[in-house]
Design a protein around this ligand. Sequence first.
Ligand SMILES: Cc1cc2nc3c(=O)[nH]c(=O)nc-3n(C[C@H](O)[C@H](O)[C@H](O)COP(=O)(O)OP(=O)(O)OC[C@H]3O[C@@H](n4cnc5c(N)ncnc54)[C@H](O)[C@@H]3O)c2cc1C
Length: 307
Amino acid sequence: MTLANQPPVLIIGGSLVGLTASLALTTAGIPNITFEKHAQISAHPRAMGFTPRTMEYYRSLGIADQIPQAPADFTLLRARRSAQSPTNPQTPPAKPTFSSLRGAAIPQDALETILSTTALSRGADIRRGWTVLTFTQTPTGVTITVLPPCSKTPTAITGSYLLAADGHRSTIRGQLATPLSGIGHMQTMRSVLFRADLSPLTSDITQFEIDQPESNSLHAFLTTYNDHRWVLMFYDDIHRSEPDLRSAINLAIGRDDIPVHIITTGRWDLTARIAERFHHGRVFLLGDAAHTLPPNRGGYGRSWGEG
Ligand SMILES: Cc1cc2nc3c(=O)[nH]c(=O)nc-3n(C[C@H](O)[C@H](O)[C@H](O)COP(=O)(O)OP(=O)(O)OC[C@H]3O[C@@H](n4cnc5c(N)ncnc54)[C@H](O)[C@@H]3O)c2cc1C
């Protein structure tokens, strides 16, 4: 049997890592089907920064030219702005470079669109709105039960291998009972994603650590997806009403006269965990299903995805 005639590889999860796997297999001529439980790409992007190594991998898949690399003269500038002191930009020491490519700053939803559009154009089968429930495996194949969109009747689909790219709460890893090691849960954070033109205020600085102890105790991180979408990440797990979110945004930007459109909110668990095994027979764990990285390790969870 040739690779092109074998039963498809079944990919669970159609986010960054599952879509990358679909694109890689499709480009290599290996049949595959991706099942993603959500009908649409998430309205709240998470990742924005991608390493040169990730760009090298995307170059091998022929999509690096669709992803804008950081400019050659890019300089990292970070500013700490508190209620008491003015903005004080600082430039960390330059890091040595090891690649002919530079890292990229692209919102996760834009990158997922590139991955999925390219994979589909090369013949991939990506099924959105399909939820995988269980799997069984034999020495020769893997069978999943999956709920198609708007259906209450699971259907069985058999493939050659199963790639579980179903995130840090991986159903497949749970079914395998794969032990996890590492520090575990570190913090739960809340966020509000909003659209606003802050360019007159920010002097092209894109990340702000905000510590305003005397103004309703706002301790948060403000960053942008570079398309007038900003995310304010709260270092706490407090539910805020829309008026409270608006107050916090105004406090963070130091103005209450800038039009702000709230897009959505998020709640994120920061964890450091790694599965003790990445494969069991014909089942492989990929991306966050295999390991999660907290921001103090660079937060490059996606960039580890194809490792
Ligand atoms: C706030 C934040 C910022 C981040 N910034 C960066 C960054 O700048 N750079 C970086 O490299 N990483 C970053 N990360 C980490 C990065 O987002 C993750 O490492 C990456 O999204 C992992 O991709 P994944 O495809 O493995 O899992 P996920 O993105 O979690 O995707 C899993 C997918 O599987 C689907 N799924 C789950 N169960 C099923 C099922 N049973 N059936 C069908 N589908 C299912 C889910 O709907 C989901 O779409 C950040 C994370 C957070 C929270």
